[in-house]
Design a protein around this ligand. Structure first.
Ligand code: BGC
Length: 358
């Protein structure tokens, strides 16, 4: 009697221990999932490559966890969000345009995908950034840009793609319209939520100047050597700028009607202020940039209409922008380091679209 009573007690205790163990495991799993915010993470059903596994072991700030699923050949990788400030940044950089450029070395980065797309393997980038470069006849400058910017953007832990938007033909250049085309075309490829518009000849001199979007539209090239490392005027919004998709759409993108040099960036600055936004900037040390010296481009003379147009941004911005953009793609080139689109954007006031892409 006494023995069977003890036995029953033992069974009850064992059951309790098992139940407590199960409860303990459930609570741990629950808190682990809560801590990792699993809903926001990418769950990949692929076995990571050697380079991905190596990346997982090294960087600080990323708690990476491999969970072996029921099927032991599959590993599910859960990525933490990338930190606000990347741990890979080195600060001030040496930028020299007399140095040789070896793009094949840059192309060797194993995580680079065709078309100039990259995303870090060690964490989940908070934003998806399209870099848009308006372009024509500046092959040597593009080489420098790619040579310097890819490693910087990678150290900044960005999920990014590079789009070179080349104006077809020899007509008068239209920088802002090419940037609109870049916005529209990049979105056809990937769900970008941030757009960095960069002149091909401006290189940041400090990798803490992160090429991403901020609460307010960002002017990234704030201290260019050409301007004595100072802002030439307070409202300037040229060179390199970053706008989130929302910010861009709020201002109806950029004007399509600035043909030739100058004014189109001042028009954007006006648009931002008319929509109640302000310009954010890094500090002068972080925002230092070097510009490649060059002669004035052919067919990009100062636009005599620019002053008149800037004076009328408020009236024109609702009908002149991404909602009125027309162009046609003439050629697509996919390099490991960029996607180059050659586009027919027509000519001043006489353009009859052959194709509309919006
Ligand atoms: C032009 C801008 C240009 C700035 C700096 C202004 O006069 O209108 O387009 O970015 O000068 O060169």
């Amino acid at each position: 009697m006494g023995e069977s009573h003890n036995f029953r007690l033992l069974v009850i205790i064992c059951n309790l221990v098992v139940a407590m163990g199960a409860l303990h495991i459930s609570v741990m799993v629950f808190y682990y999932l809560r801590h990792s915010g699993a809903g926001e993470y990418v769950w990949s059903k692929q076995v990571p490559t050697a380079s991905q596994r190596a990346a997982f072991t090294t960087p600080p700030g990323a708690e990476d966890v491999a969970v072996v699923s029921a099927n032991v050949t599959e590993v599910t990788w859960i990525l933490e969000k990338c930190p606000e400030t990347s741990p890979h940044l080195v600060g001030p950089l040496r930028v020299e345009f007399s140095d040789p450029v070896d793009l094949d070395l840059i192309r060797q980065e194993p995580l680079l995908m065709d078309g100039g797309h990259y995303k870090p393997s060690e964490c989940l980038s908070v934003q998806k950034v399209a870099l848009i470069i308006p372009f024509r006849h500046r092959e040597q400058h593009l080489k420098y840009w790619l040579n310097y910017l890819h490693p910087i953007l990678q150290r900044q832990q960005l999920d990014y793609g590079v789009y070179v938007i080349e104006q077809d033909g020899e007509g008068t250049f239209n920088r802002a319209k090419l940037m609109n085309v870049g916005y529209a075309e990049a979105l056809k490829e990937y769900d970008y939520d941030c757009f960095v518009f960069s002149d091909v000849d401006i290189i940041p001199m400090d990798d803490r100047n992160t090429y991403r979007c901020y609460e307010q539209p960002r002017h990234l090239s704030v201290a260019v050597d050409k301007f004595g490392f100072r802002l030439p005027y307070a409202q300037i919004f040229g060179g390199v700028t970053a706008l989130s998709k929302d910010q861009y759409l709020k201002i109806n993108g950029f004007s399509n009607n600035y043909w030739g040099w100058g004014g189109e960036d001042d028009d954007v600055s006006n648009r931002l202020s008319f929509r109640g936004m302000s310009i954010s900037r890094p500090d002068v040390m972080t925002g230092k940039c070097k510009m490649i010296r060059h002669d004035r481009d052919k067919n990009n003379d100062p636009n005599p209409q620019r002053f008149d147009r800037i004076a009328h941004t408020r009236e024109t911005m609702d009908t002149d922008g991404i909602n009125s953009l027309t162009y046609s793609v003439v050629k697509v080139e996919k390099d490991k380091l960029f996607t180059k689109l050659t586009v027919d954007i027509g000519k001043a006031d006489t353009f009859t679209p052959t194709q509309t892409h919006i």
